[in-house]
Each structure stands twice: as C-alpha cells, then as structure tokens.
Design a protein around this ligand. Structure first.
Ligand code: ATP
Length: 361
C-alpha cells in the first residue's frame, strides 16, 4: 500500500490548462474519488499518477517517492479503464497473467495469483473464455482481475462502470467497495457521477476546471459545500440559488428579493447581498405553525411525481426558482400559487463576489 501526493501539479496541453496547481494528499489504503463535470481534469490527474502523461510543473509522490521521471511500469500502479482494454485474442486467464509474465514472475506464482484473484471476483468459470464471449459486467470483472493480480501499491480506475447498465452499475459499485475493504489498496477512482462518488469514496475530491474545488467525505461536501460550484454539483436534484438583499434589524437578518421577504435570526455577519442556496429536501409546502422560515410565495412551474416524493418547481417573482419536496399524495396544479417554507438552518449562504460559502442561516 502507499500514499499518493500531488504537490502543486500543473498540466498544460498546448494552450489548454487541464490541471492548475493541484495539491492533494491521498492516504495509505484510502478510496479517493475524483468527481467533476466533463473536462474538469479528473482523467488528466489520474494519467499523471500512472505516468501516461508528463507533468508540466509540480511533483507527484507515490509512497513518498517522487515519480515525475519514473516510467509507468516502474510505478507499481495498475489501471482499470472505462473500455476495459482487454486483449481480444487472449483468454481471461491469459489477460490476467500477461502483466506478471512480462515481469518474469515464476509460472507457479502466476497460476496461484490468477486462481486466487479469480476466486475473489467469482470469475473462475470465465477464465478460459475470450473477452468477446463475456457480458459487459464480466468484462469489467476480468479487467479488474487483471489489475488486482498484479497486487499493485495503487489502483487507478477511470470510469470503470460507465459501460454497464444502471442496475449492474449499482451492483458492481458495491462489489468494488467490498473488494477494497478486503484488499485495502490505495485506490483513486474517477467518475462524473456524483452518486457514485458519494457512495464509494472514503473522501471525494470535487474538481472544476482543473482546480480542486473541495475535498472531504461525502457528508461534508454535501452538508458543508465550500462554494457555489460544489453546492450545485453535489446533490440531486440540485440546490437552487437565489441572490437576495440583506438588511439587518435587532438580532434579525431580513433577506429580500422583490416581494419575497425572509426573516431569520442573524447568526452570521452578512454583506449587503448574498446568494442563498436551498436544497429541495429542505424546502416544503408552507403551513401556519410549521417550524419553517417563510413563507416564500411563488407559482408552480412543474410537478414531478417520483413515487416516494413529489418535486415542485416554484417560480419566484423576478425570475428565480426554488425546488420543493412534497408528500407523494399532494395534488397541486401547474400554474397555481404555492407558498414554500425553508427548514431553519438550511439556507446556504455564499458571497456573490467570491462564490465562497458564508455558512448557513
Ligand atoms: P471527462 O469526464 O470528459 O473525461 P475529465 O474531467 O476527465 O473529463 P480531462 O480528460 O482530464 O477531463 O481533460 C481536462 C482538459 O484537458 C479538457 O479541456 C481536455 O480537452 C484537455 N485535454 C485532455 N487531454 C488532452 C490532450 N491529450 N490534448 C489536448 N487537450 C487535452
């Protein structure tokens, strides 16, 4: 096992800056997920650890050894790709044995490790098949087996589940997590799927435009997003944002926008204007006596029945929109008026100038 450390790593492709001064410590045995939208630099960061791209500036350390100039094969890493990259002319067994053979591992040792790994993954009966005779899920397992058999210090996985259908993805996701618990290798896992990130990662590194937006466990990136980007990216359906004016009275902050006026205890010092973020699960239909901040009056723009709950898109005067969560049996018409209340302590505040978090009200 090993730590992986990025020290101010920058990577340019001609004019494109794929990664900028990226610093991150990945602990020994940790399952770290890189998540972010397309083009945010996740794959580039992974390929730099693998040695498949050269760093423009900065350093990468694996197990405290600087590896900037170490060839990929000498880095003690194994990578699992989205397209599996199995050799089509070889059987699963030959695919798994190939890397060890190239490293001149003794035959008996190779056979033992392939058998052991195949048993862990439950693919013993597939060993004599070629990749084209496997389903997507089986190929994915074979590719995982090929990486595991090498017993690398670090596993690097680039969207390994994206070619699987939704159900198989959920199943394989928990299998990979289970395997990680058993084997315990440091793992760096790239995905654009925030649910995958939240459910798999010991910690999640949220990336945006080549920059680390926030790193933390699933709970902290969800509950305490560091900025507007993380707040909007993590959580489904997304947090809604409304820019509001702030006035203060005795011990009270009044947030207003047009006809919307919210009065709350002033627990944090605020500038004259803030971005207010509200997650759907914290916005509910208002009723007198409810322990909610509000009411916020708006118009029902859409209703989504999801079975377990109903989501209501609420248009506010002036153009902003909130999404509120309601009970599945709620009957409400599109175009009608609705009053929403927000759970106390669940209005996320951001500085409009920097988009950084200013806490919650
Ligand atoms: P995706 O989820 O779409 O794979 P990503 O977050 O993994 O995205 P990267 O593939 O790391 O993003 O790309 C980051 C940026 O670097 C993008 O703007 C991309 O176009 C650019 N880039 C990546 N590889 C190259 C390359 N070989 N040559 C030129 N530009 C590249």
């Amino acid at each position: 096992m090993a730590t992986v450390e990025f020290r101010k790593v920058t990577k340019h492709f001609d004019e494109v800056s794929a990664l900028s001064e990226f610093s991150l410590d990945i602990h020994d045995g940790e399952f770290m997920v890189f998540v972010g939208p397309s083009g945010s630099g996740k794959t580039t960061a992974l390929r730099l650890v693998a040695g498949l791209e050269a760093i423009t500036s900065g350093e990468i350390l694996i197990g405290e050894r600087e590896v900037n100039r170490v060839a990929p094969r000498d880095r003690d890493i194994a990578m699992v790709f989205q397209d599996y990259a199995l050799y089509p002319q070889m059987t699963v067994e030959q695919n798994m044995a190939f890397g060890l053979k190239m490293r001149k591992t003794p035959k008996a040792e190779i056979a033992r490790r392939v058998q052991e790994t195949a048993a862990t993954l439950g693919i013993e009966e597939l060993l004599q098949r070629k990749p084209r005779a496997l389903s997507g899920g089986q190929r994915q397992r074979a590719a995982l087996g090929r990486a595991m058999v090498r017993q690398p210090e670090v596993f690097l996985m680039d969207e390994p589940l994206s070619n699987l259908d939704a159900k198989l993805r959920v199943q394989t996701r928990s299998e990979i997590k289970q395997l990680h618990k058993q084997v315990g290798n440091t793992t760096v896992y790239v995905t654009h799927d925030q649910v995958e990130a939240m459910t798999m990662g010991d910690r999640v590194a949220v990336m945006s435009e080549g920059v680390l937006a926030q790193v933390g466990d699933a709970r902290s990136v969800y509950e305490e997003p560091a900025n507007v980007f993380v707040a909007g990216f993590i959580g489904s359906p997304s947090m809604a944002f409304v820019t509001m004016n702030v006035t203060r009275a005795d011990g009270t902050a009044i947030l207003s926008r047009g006809e919307v006026r919210l009065e709350t205890a002033a627990r944090v010092l605020l500038p004259d204007e803030v971005i207010v973020g509200v997650r759907p699960e914290h916005a509910r239909i208002w009723h007198e006596g409810a322990d909610l901040v509000g009411p916020v009056n708006g118009t029902v723009e859409y209703v989504e029945m999801l079975g377990r709950e109903t989501l209501i898109g609420v248009g506010l005067p002036g153009g902003a929109r909130l999404v509120a969560q309601a009970a599945p049996d709620l009957l409400i018409d599109v175009g009608g008026s609705v009053a929403i209340g927000i759970e106390p302590g669940r209005m996320y505040l951001f500085d409009p100038a920097t988009e950084r978090s200013m806490g919650r009200l």
